[in-house]
Design a protein around this ligand. Sequence first.
Ligand code: ATP
Ligand code: SF4
Ligand code: MG
Length: 338
Amino acid sequence: MRRINLISDKSARPLLEIRDLNLDFGTPRGRIHALRNVSLDVPAAQVVGIVGESGSGKSTLAYTVIGLLSENAEITAGNILFAGRDLLSMPVQARRRLLGDRLSMIFQDPMTALNPVRTIESQMIDIQHHEQGSRSKKGARAIDMLHRVGIPDPRSRIGAYPHHFSGGMRQRICIAMALLVKPALLIADEPTTGLDATLEVQIIRLLKDLQKEIGCSILFVSHHLGAVAELCDRVAVMYAGEVVEEGSVRDIFHNPAHPYTRALLECDPGRIRQRTRTLPTIPGEVPSLLGNRKGCIFRARCSQAFSRCVHEDPVEYRIGLDQVARCHLLDEERLVSA
Ligand code: ATP
Ligand code: SF4
Ligand code: MG
């Protein structure tokens, strides 16, 4: 399916273009359709957030872009174009060269990225293997980057091992490492989950400053809608393996068009004004991703579902200039007003 160009400067090609991506996981119970017809753009120098309940496919999408999938994953259709080149048809060696050179990742658990038996210094020097210069020059760059992410006294601490740092500091070190290579695209999967609220705010601000300075794009996966609102330019809302709505942060947070986006916002603890003992949740559960299905994936939980939602898959409808959503209601409204 050809996608509407949602970028305001229509002459600029997005840095990352995900087109009709489908991915299954093979399991003893059958094939899990974890990504269905996912299309998403990440424009150059912009931050795109991905939100959605647990199990909606956010991490699967992030890991597919970076090329770190488990063995039981199979991409059954689609393309991922990075700077115009299809990552999925690229030879493995060429794709590896991109990783760590133009593409970087920050994981939820910093220990996934750090080697526990090597010093921070040696890891930060090695990550610059694409760069010119001596080890001492690279060491100086590493100290400078540690200073910028707020590690106190980096000159004396750079020789320490990962376990000598707190969780928040390790995450800062991972951000420093990911940005040291000046990537064109940084993928961050829940980089602040598990950190306390103050640290989260500090890390989000840091990411924002460094993104502006380096001019890179970020694909930012998060449960935390407040963090997404603060950091991102655009947001994609995922549900059960599909992108159900996408638009600018302003449109998604102030003018959500899809019933799922509205339900997600209503349950956001950051938006609840009344005092309550129990936080609201969206009634029902994310549906099984096993097997084939017909109709809207959200219909079992949607208070506005009608007969068409059972038989027909909603396509992407455009709202205004810069927002799209997959919901039949948008087509019905269009028909009424025509
Ligand atoms: P969370 O917010 O909990 O991190 P998520 O949106 O990142 O969730 P994913 O981890 O991408 O969701 O998972 C999407 C779906 O794919 C889930 O149903 C999950 O159980 C399934 N899945 C993920 N990895 C595998 C795997 N290796 N094998 C089988 N199923 C998997
Ligand atoms: Fe609800 Fe139907 Fe829209 Fe799906 S297509 S979100 S079931 S109204
Ligand atoms: Mg995840």
